[in-house]
Design a protein around this ligand. Structure first.
Ligand code: NJP
Length: 235
């Protein structure tokens, strides 16, 4: 098993939901967590628990992405893990979607993943190790009504990570992709319809455990893809 003690992990979208659960679990395993999101107050509240570093930043901004990595290296002197979790979605029929909303979803989900990976990959390649974990979605693998923008962004994020995996594996760098189904977070407040989350959704901590599982795999083992969804969910 790979020991996470003192490993330095950037977790994007850490202020709430899945990212917060990942940050808390990695800190519990002894990792130094760099928590990233735009809302400073929520990050500070998390950081009081994790005792790592909180960086308010927009993952879709290239300068911010570079700043996150520079700050991490200057504070801790090392970087081992990047969890690309920050994501947004909204759901509507295509004809009711406006172009600005399409851009927002692609900026965070696809460009944000691209920019953070671009900022860490040279460092990971130079040290001959590093682990990137992407939180995509079960809708990276299937389509659904009202999901033209979100689903397309998640297919694109998935393709980005799968291509990157091929580029960096020869350099000792791992890329793992986690595909959660519905998870009980703030994210789903904008979805049409009402479901009993207690019965039909994963918990953020379920996804965090999956992240821990792929990160703790022995050094010579790579978990490329991990799908998890509630037993009640239609596939
Ligand atoms: O979402 P939510 P989840 N720059 O809304 C941050 C995927 N997923 O935890 O910036 C930096 O509770 C935001 O913070 P703030 C989903 O696609 C979910 O459910 O302050 N950070 C917050 O911390 C996403 O990739 C479900 O607003 C930015 C976080 O992102 C991931 O899981 C199902 C940002 C979002 O927290 C986490 O989603 C599925 C930016 N520009 C996949 N924009 C599900 N929940 O059912 C947002 O298949 N954030």
């Amino acid at each position: 098993m790979t020991d996470l003690t003192n490993q330095v992990a950037i977790v994007t979208g850490a202020s709430r939901g899945i990212g917060r659960a990942i940050a808390l679990l990695l800190a519990l395993q002894g990792a130094k967590v760099v928590a990233v999101a735009r809302t400073a107050e929520e990050l500070e509240e998390l950081n009081a628990k994790t005792q790592g570093l909180a960086i308010p930043a927009d993952v879709a901004d290239e300068d911010d992405a570079q700043h996150i990595v520079t700050e991490t290296l200057s504070r801790f002197g090392r970087l081992d893990i990047l969890v690309c979790n920050a994501g947004v979605g909204s759901f509507n029929l295509l004809e009711h979607f406006d172009a600005a909303e399409w851009d927002r979803i692609f900026d965070v989900n696809v460009k944000g993943t691209f920019l953070l990976c671009k900022a860490v990959v040279p460092h990971f390649k130079a040290q001959g190790r590093g682990h990137i974990v992407g939180i995509t979605s079960d809708v990276s693998k299937r389509t659904f009504e009202h999901g033209t923008a979100y689903g397309a962004s998640k297919f694109a994020q998935d393709a980005l990570l799968a291509s990157l995996r091929k580029e960096v594996r020869p350099h000792g760098v791992k890329v793992s992709t986690i595909y959660p189904g519905l998870v009980d977070t703030y994210f789903n407040d904008s979805r049409p319809g009402s479901l009993d989350a207690e019965k039909t959704h994963l918990k953020p901590s379920d996804v965090a455990q999956a992240v821990r599982y792929v990160l703790e795999a022995p050094a010579h083992v790579v978990i490329d893809e991990l799908m998890l969804h509630p037993i009640t969910q239609e596939w």
